[in-house]
Write a protein that binds this ligand. Structure first.
Ligand code: TYD
Length: 155
């Protein structure tokens, strides 16, 4: 099964949305394989947002991501990257579809509640960036047979 990275940003933590966000992913059937709180610094954010360092909004993005600790989560499931991106919604919360996390909880292009990896390749890089060896767990939830068919379970 695929794994992906979600970050509950300071906008999610400070607005007390952590429980609702985790609950959505669990209710969907995604498996939490890693979960911790950490304070991000400029070094890790320059790596994570390397594609944005030259944008005029980058200093503001840095400040926004360091405004409080964040929660990082590894989520596992069949097609987990695409499923979690669909649940996340468009970057700008004002444009994100209702029913998505950003569409339901955000009014902003920057204070947009969560980050989610955008491809399986980036998910692997990002999981390695935010988790150390031993912090991601491989276990089979007892209800797995009620989440997937036998064929799907082995994907
Ligand atoms: P990006 O990787 O383009 O989007 P996504 O988070 O949907 O994968 O942008 C990363 C973050 O940068 C985005 O979540 C919020 C911030 N950002 C801004 O603050 N202003 C902007 O105009 C854009 C495009 C992004």
């Amino acid at each position: 099964m695929e794994q992906t990275l979600v970050i509950i940003k300071p906008s999610g933590l400070e607005r007390a949305l952590t429980g609702q966000i985790i609950s959505r992913f669990q209710s969907k059937g995604l498996i939490i394989s890693g979960l911790k709180m950490m304070q991000l610094d400029e070094k890790i954010l320059r790596e994570h947002y390397a594609h944005l360092v030259d944008k005029p909004f980058f200093p503001s993005l840095l400040a926004s991501m360091m405004a409080s600790p964040v929660i990082v989560m590894a989520l596992k499931g069949v097609d987990a990257v695409a499923v979690v991106r669909a649940m996340t919604g468009a970057t700008n919360g004002r444009k994100a579809a209702p029913g998505t996390i950003r569409g339901d909880f955000s009014m902003s292009g920057q204070e947009n509640i969560i980050h989610a990896s955008d491809s399986p390749e980036n998910a692997q890089i990002e999981l390695n960036r935010f988790f150390r060896a031993g912090e991601i767990f491989d276990y089979k939830p007892a209800n797995i047979g009620f989440v997937y068919s036998p064929d799907e379970r082995n994907q």
